[in-house]
Unconditional design. Structure first.
Length: 130
């Protein structure tokens, strides 16, 4: 009862053919990938997007940013001026005095506002302070 044993023998020629086929497939894939990347680059170049155009866009953004910073600085100055003016009004002085606890007669006399206005300010701001 003898069993026949089959053995698989690969010669160096067969191995070489397999290696060459694998390399051919790999090289074909690489060529296809590089070709598709070139097409993308070509399309971008055709649309006129270049390093020079991008640098011009960056410069335009920088100029606009500089202008916006100047506008913000100007607006900040105007806001500070408006706050200074608001602090010096008779009503802002009356509010400050009411928050300190002065009565309506003292507030009206010091700020030059009517007694009714002073009473209203004292009533509003004394309640908020407590």
């Amino acid at each position: 009862m003898g069993k026949a044993v089959e053995t698989l023998v690969i010669t160096w020629r067969e191995l070489l053919i397999v290696v060459v086929l694998v390399l051919a497939v790999y090289i074909a894939e690489m060529l296809l990938l590089t070709r598709s990347r070139r097409n993308i680059g070509w399309r971008i170049w055709q649309k006129g997007v270049s390093v020079n155009a991008q640098s011009q866009e960056v410069e335009a953004v920088r100029t606009e940013l500089s202008q916006l910073r100047e506008q913000v600085a100007k607006l900040q100055t105007e806001l500070d001026q408006m706050r200074t003016v608001a602090v010096n009004t008779p009503y802002s002085q009356a509010i400050h005095m009411a928050q300190q606890g002065l009565d309506a007669n003292q507030v009206a006399a010091s700020c030059g506002i009517s007694r009714g206005e002073a009473e209203l300010i004292v009533a509003l701001y004394r309640a908020n302070a407590s």
